[in-house]
Write a protein that binds this ligand. Structure first.
Ligand code: GLC
Length: 474
């Protein structure tokens, strides 16, 4: 088995904001197919498509109303088949998003007579327990018509399925098979640590965890039975040829809680979010990398995705984000990058009246939410007037057209880094304070967080003229 995913670079396509083929302001599947040559030239190994299934779009697709179809806004099943075939023809694998923790409240499972056989519902007058929604307020909503509370760890439009029920497990086996039969190379599993809740529905213990990524909760997520689900899924996917892969969104601040999901008969990969929460600081980043490598059998590196602030903004500028590119692509193991990261796009400070994220809407603007990293990709200097979120005028010069072939552009830096990406074993090097350095085979990656420089050897690639980060041949 090739286990291609062990050191693959995955490129996340946020379907709504990638490429719009029909000019309605929203990206779509044919738009992605038309950009596969761009992705092949970038030299990524695989793409991850965010949910493109029929959905009322209360959470832009993470509220699925039909798990085995395509949202008309994004295209048709034929468009999907064509996308897969065209990607495979270019040696690009395709991973799709599966959203098993919750469906849309418009799913027939929820609107039909069978709701109580599939969802977490509770009768009675009082709130069933102290669980909060990730996005503000309690995780329970009372349905007057049905006379019960239903659980939603996210928005009320996203009721949680009850994974203690065999019926739910059977449904998802069929859904996995449907997409595997269509040729997908794997699945990114949304909220993978959340499916099974403690059956007693007991309170989260005090002191109540305040972490808004729910990562430290104890009863609403991460129950031992969730591992039965992934062992079952693993057996199922192993029946298929072609070395297909599961990537879990497993969010814990303690890496030791992630490791069990990566046992050899469970998920192949799980995102490592610890770098997402670090400041641009040598000690913090070294500690995060070191801990991840110590605690996990395989580390899947991530700096950006559709849920977090873009690194140009988070790390304080383009210089840092360019250096982060060399760091990300030198680390051992699989790496994920998010569309637009290769263009150096910054978080967009959008006016409130265009924001659409349920986090913004549900917290009445107290939390700005994630729209700022979801602004559609600028392909040409002429920006798209009707893009579903407005592109800043400065993005004309950040467009793919403007950066292609431009010496020193972000895009050319990523292209060079992807083509020179090192492999082999990993070893830290001694380095002065404010600097981080490690070896991969014959290359050394050095990142300078302050003004001091320690570059010794032939520079193969530099993130900028100041050599903030370099790859050096020994
Ligand atoms: C995951 C997704 C996020 C979504 C949430 C609920 O965290 O990445 O975008 O809103 O799950 O499905």
């Amino acid at each position: 088995m090739s286990e291609w995913w062990r050191d693959a670079v995955f490129y996340q396509v946020y379907v709504r904001s990638f490429a719009d083929s029909d000019g309605d302001g929203v990206g779509d599947l044919p738009g992605i197919t038309a950009k596969l040559d761009y992705l092949r030239e970038l030299a990524v190994d695989a793409i991850w498509l965010t949910p493109f299934y029929p959905s009322p779009q209360a959470d832009h697709g993470y509220d699925v109303a039909d798990y085995v179809g395509v949202e008309p806004l994004f295209g048709t099943l034929d468009d999907f088949d064509e996308l897969i075939a065209s990607a495979h023809a270019r040696d690009i694998r395709v991973v799709v998003d599966i959203v098993p923790n919750h469906s849309s409240s418009q799913h027939p499972w929820f609107t039909g007579p069978d709701r109580e056989r599939r969802y977490v519902t509770v009768g009675g007058d009082d709130l069933p327990n102290n669980w909060p929604s990730n996005w503000g307020g309690p995780a329970w909503t009372y349905d007057d018509e049905r006379g019960h509370w239903f659980l939603h760890l996210f928005a009320p439009e996203q009721p949680d399925l009850d994974w203690n029920r065999q019926l739910v497990r059977n449904d998802f086996r069929e859904i996995l098979r449907f997409w595997l039969d269509r040729g997908v190379d794997g699945f990114r599993i949304d909220v993978a640590h959340g499916l099974v809740k403690k059956a007693s529905l007991e309170n989260e213990p005090e002191p109540f965890p305040t972490n808004r990524f729910s990562s430290d909760w104890r009863t609403a997520i991460d129950q031992p039975e969730v591992h039965d689900v992934y062992r079952d899924w693993r057996r199922l996917i192993d029946e298929y040829d072609g070395d297909r892969v599961f990537v879990g969104e497993v969010v814990f601040s303690d890496q030791r809680r992630v490791a069990p999901y990566l046992r050899t008969d469970e998920l192949h990969l799980a995102f490592n979010f610890s770098l997402v929460f670090q400041p641009w600081d040598a000690d913090a980043i070294r500690e995060s990398i070191g801990e991840s490598l110590r605690e996990l059998p395989i580390v899947t590196w991530v700096f950006e995705n559709h849920d977090v602030t873009r690194i140009v903004t988070r790390f304080g500028g383009e210089r840092q984000a360019r250096a982060a590119a060399l760091l990300l692509l030198a680390l051992p193991g699989p790496a994920f990058m998010y569309q637009g990261q290769e263009l150096g796009l910054e978080e967009v400070d959008l006016p409130d009246d265009v924001r659409q994220d349920p986090i913004f809407l549900r917290t009445e603007g107290q939390r700005k939410g994630r729209d700022g990293c979801r602004v559609p990709i600028p392909w040409t200097r002429e920006l798209q007037a009707n893009a579903w979120l407005p592109q800043p005028a400065s993005w004309s010069e950040k467009s793919v057209a403007a950066q292609t072939g431009r010496d020193g552009s972000f895009l050319e830096l990523y292209r060079a880094a992807l083509s020179l990406r090192p492999s082999g074993s990993f070893a830290w090097r001694e380095s002065q304070p404010g600097t981080l350095a490690f070896d991969r085979d014959e290359l050394t990656c050095i990142v300078h967080f302050g003004d001091e420089r320690m570059v010794d050897g032939e520079v193969v690639l530099a993130s900028d003229a100041d050599q903030t980060a370099v790859w050096v041949r020994r």
